[in-house]
Ligand binder design. Structure first.
Ligand SMILES: O=C(O)C1=C[C@@H](OP(=O)(O)O)[C@@H](O)[C@H](O)C1
Ligand SMILES: C=C(OP(=O)(O)O)C(=O)O
Length: 449
């Protein structure tokens, strides 16, 4: 039985002793690792993931693929050991593809990438594949994807709510073809259909019908990774029809891929430089990337810092003065909790827009951020599609995290400048960054972490 007194213990968020000065090596990207696993599983020959992220979301994906008969061997390079390594650094995963096998049972945890990216792949198996996960996974939207898969020829049994738990009854192949999807609740519906699209008999043509489309960089990441694996993809931004993506049926190549660091998980460390007037360097920051976290260079510069991208990586420097921001974060929704924390410590008001869909993330992030920042004395109000944040002097208290890794790291940022902040369940950062507490302490000690 889980010992909740242990897992939900309060973590005293360390206050910054002064401006932070550190180099922080952040672990691999969740979004890249989980796409790479899917594409490698569907390839015609074995592939490698180097420096994959090893966290709850990626281990759930790997375990799910193994239960579908895909081989995933984990190796650690001989000069290093797993312990003491930032998640997955020094590790390689070899993926041996195979036709997905059923019956199988998949635990999605609360990973959007697992609950959305895997059902299309499972539909290629012959037999039932059951999907279930954490209680919150039952509330996260899936109906558009379920409807789309049915249109494309898959049989899916659910309890009528269009949500988890569900069973995909595959017949060994999926017709594919044209489908309309309202992806205003999550870009992951489109990514999911495109990723397995090359293996559908007719490929897939996905038409987005909703009014808004969040997280478009994540869709570009999907397209980019598909193309690098040899798929032919036509997209709206390559002169194609707006809101329509086409994937031609065909084989995927096994690749040898080094996973980029997770730029969204670099956020709390960059925020630490910004709010303390210090300097943090993130090595291996890619010169070109589809990761939404790259937008932090612009966003945190607008909030008062400056950055340099050179051979050492990204070096971000704050002045200690933080400006509020008025920004549409629709493309970079997963950055909202960290930006909200910085905004609560700023000198002027912020308005964060375009992120209504965050109500459907790990938790209702708009409600959670409002409640928790206000419980420390803040002045945050929810708007129809975001947050209005008026900075006020904050005081200590318990910062609840609702099993949301980004709530936990946002609370840690507040704790840098606000004494006696205690984060509930810091272990929830294990969803994408199990080493967070250690990396945070090492950053504050000025060590190379
Ligand atoms: O495709 C992906 O890897 C992701 C897409 C986004 O989801 P939404 O479009 O549901 O916001 C993002 O928030 C999530 O963290 C990861
Ligand atoms: C929204 C997120 O995750 P998920 O992949 O579970 O949707 C996130 O990591 O901020």
């Amino acid at each position: 039985m889980t010992d909740h007194s242990e897992t939900l213990a309060h973590w005293p968020a360390p206050a910054a002793p002064g401006p932070v000065r550190a180099t922080v090596t952040v672990p691999g990207s969740k979004s890249v690792t989980n796409r790479a696993l899917i594409l490698a599983a569907l390839a015609s020959d074995p592939g490698w993931l180097r420096r994959p992220l090893r966290s709850r979301d990626t281990l759930l994906m790997a375990d799910a693929l193994r239960s579908l008969g895909i081989g995933i061997e984990e190796t650690v390079s001989s000069s290093t050991s797993v312990s003491g390594l930032p998640s997955g650094r020094g590790e390689s995963w070899r993926v041996i593809p195979s036709t997905p096998q059923a019956p199988a049972s998949v635990d999605v945890g609360n990973a959007g990438t697992v609950m959305r990216f895997l059902p299309p792949l499972a539909a290629l198996a012959e037999g039932p594949v059951r999907f279930d996960g954490d209680p919150r996974s039952h509330e996260r939207p899936l109906h558009s994807l379920i409807d789309a898969l049915r249109t494309l020829g898959a049989r899916i049994e659910d309890d009528g709510r269009g949500a988890l738990p569900l069973t995909v009854h595959g017949i060994g192949s999926v017709d594919g073809g044209r489908v309309s999807v309202d992806a205003s609740a999550s870009s992951q519906f489109i990514s999911a259909l495109l990723l397995t699209g090359p293996r559908f008999n007719k490929g897939v043509e996905v038409r987005h019908t909703g009014r808004r489309l969040p997280s478009t960089p994540h869709i570009r990441m999907t397209v980019d990774m598909l193309r690098r694996a040899g798929a032919q993809v036509d997209t709206p931004d390559a002169g194609g029809e707006p809101g329509v993506w086409r994937v031609t049926p065909g084989a995927l190549l096994g690749r040898d891929l080094v996973i980029e660091p997770d730029l969204s998980n670099a956020q709390p460390f960059l925020a630490a430089a910004l709010v303390t007037g210090g300097t943090v360097t993130i090595p291996d920051w890619p010169r070109q990337t589809t990761q939404p976290g790259d937008a932090l260079r612009e966003i945190f510069t607008a909030m008062g810092g400056r950055c340099v991208l050179d051979d050492r990586g990204l070096t971000f420097t704050g002045t200690g003065r933080v400006r509020g921001i008025d920004a549409d974060l629709s493309d970079v929704g997963e950055l909202t909790p960290g930006i909200a924390a910085v905004a609560a410590l700023a000198e002027s008001e912020s308005v964060l827009r375009g992120v209504a869909h965050l109500r459907l993330h790990e938790t209702d992030r708009l409600a959670a951020l409002t409640k928790e920042i206000n419980s420390l004395g803040g002045d945050v109000t929810e708007t129809g599609d975001g947050l209005r944040i008026r900075p006020r002097p904050l005081h200590g208290g318990v910062f609840h995290t609702y099993e949301d890794h980004r709530l936990a790291t946002a609370g840690a940022v507040l704790g840098l400048l606000v004494e006696d902040v205690e984060i509930e369940d810091i272990a929830t950062t294990g969803k994408t960054m199990p080493d967070f507490p250690e990396l945070w302490h090492r950053m504050l000690a000025g060590e190379r972490a």
